[in-house]
Design a protein around this ligand. Structure first.
Ligand SMILES: Cc1cc2nc3c(=O)[nH]c(=O)nc-3n(C[C@H](O)[C@H](O)[C@H](O)COP(=O)(O)O)c2cc1C
Length: 405
């Protein structure tokens, strides 16, 4: 088939020695993978969505620039953000014909929990920046669609309210501070509220360079302190209820000194299982397991941690190899389609988390938007499983994929 003029133009742009393969060129090319020839169309209801990118369009249209920037930003020139999507292109699918797939099951188990689907909701902070109902809308959607939800300690809602809305415990994601009593207080509070798992995020211990966020923010003159402001410590405690009663100072917010021994410290105050989030190398995966992690979570924070330029899915094989079946492996960063999720499961992931994809749904339509995103991704995963001849999650494996050389 003849390539479209837009496609030809993109090809020219990325190949042009004049423009080079710049970060901007990459972003444009990356976007083209999922939006070739798209009409500029805004859906009016979740039911109209054909894929998660329909929600992205609405989110971009509805959110104030600074909030959209917070959602979209990568780091530096968005090298890792682009690589997260681009890397899926290098993995192809190998369909298996003539398998009876009349009954597809997405059910699986993770850290002792029975899940209806291997797709879970990644921790995303400050969800009031996207919808007034914030994490409560997400929790209600997680409840109706029966999905695992991870709650950030930077949430706009308290863990008690979120667990009540979901009707079941959530996994509690922790950014520790350098002020141990604050960390200890949050861990105890999460466990008291019913959380059985703590997800320790280790990939932004010393901050990150979110240039695109800065560019959107300077184009937005509004005062954001009411929804997610951090101008004063009082603002901060008001907008992030998990920090209520904490005594830390902003200077103690980051944890550049954190090492693997920190897991012992956590274990000293809680019996919650520990998942380590933000692992991208085999050495760190092995260290996490040796330090007693109950699961390893491959993630580059959706391209928001560092400009490694390496897609999360590219990191998965070496992590799976290093973990060697000792604990489950979870992955996120860049997952937008059922085929993406299938590829990770085939490469050895036990569960896949989505981040921006469900926030696009939240920003567009609140709870029904998140519900539709989950329903669509489950339907897409079921379809690709059927095409690949896999009836269950356990049937999905390496024979279903190949890597382009
Ligand atoms: C707006 C936004 C806020 C986030 N907040 C947190 C957070 O509070 N804690 C955390 O561990 N990760 C956070 N993340 C990273 C996500 O948990 C997840 O790793 C990432 O979104 C996955 O990439 P994806 O958005 O491309 O799916 C955030 C990501 C975004 C986009």
């Amino acid at each position: 088939m003849e390539a479209s003029p837009r496609r030809q133009f993109l090809k020219f742009l990325t190949a042009s020695p004049l423009l080079g393969w710049t970060a901007a060129g990459r972003l444009l090319a990356e976007e083209s993978l999922d939006s070739i020839d798209l009409p500029d169309y805004l859906i009016e209801s979740p039911a109209d969505a054909l894929d998660v990118f329909d929600f992205h369009n609405v989110a971009k249209h509805r959110l104030p620039p600074a909030h959209y920037g917070y959602l979209t930003t990568g780091t530096d020139g968005n090298e890792t953000l682009s690589a997260n999507r681009r890397a899926f292109e290098d993995i192809y699918l190998r369909p298996m014909r003539m398998v009876d797939t009349s009954d597809i099951s997405l059910e699986t188990a993770l850290l002792g929990e029975q899940l209806k689907s291997p797709i879970a909701l990644a921790p995303i902070g400050a969800q009031r920046a996207f919808h007034a109902d914030a994490e409560l809308a997400t929790a209600r959607a997680a409840k109706t669609q029966e999905h695992l939800q991870m709650l950030s300690n930077m949430a706009s809602s308290s863990i008690e309210d979120v667990i009540a809305a979901r009707g079941q415990p959530v996994w509690f994601q922790l950014y520790p501070t350098n002020h141990w009593p604050t960390t200890e207080m949050m861990l105890e509070r999460a466990e008291r509220a019913g959380a059985r798992v703590v997800v320790l995020t280790v990939d932004v211990n010393s901050s990150s360079n979110r240039v695109l966020l800065g560019k959107y923010t300077r184009a937005d003159g509004r005062d954001c302190s009411a929804c997610h402001g951090t101008r004063s410590i009082d603002d901060f405690r008001r907008n992030y209820p998990m920090y209520e009663g904490s005594r830390f100072d902003f200077a103690e917010f980051l944890t550049p000194g954190m090492t693997w021994g920190f897991l012992d410290r956590i274990r000293g105050v809680t019996s919650m299982k520990i998942v380590v989030k933000g692992i991208v190398t085999n050495a760190d995966a092995a260290s996490a397991v040796e330090a007693g992690a109950d699961a390893v979570y491959v993630s580059n924070h959706g391209g928001r941690a560092e400009a490694s330029g390496r897609g999360a899915i590219e990191c998965l094989p070496e992590v799976v190899e290093a973990v060697n079946g000792r604990v489950p492996v979870i992955i996120d960063s860049g997952f937008r389609r059922g085929t993406d999720i299938f590829k990770a499961l085939a490469m050895g992931a036990d569960a896949v988390c989505i981040g921006r994809a469900y926030i696009w749904g939240l920003a567009g339509f609140g709870q029904p938007g998140v519900e539709k995103v989950l329903a669509m991704l489950n339907a897409e995963l079921s379809l690709v499983m059927s095409q690949m001849g896999a009836r269950t999650i356990a049937d999905i494996g390496l024979p279903h994929i190949g890597i382009r050389s």
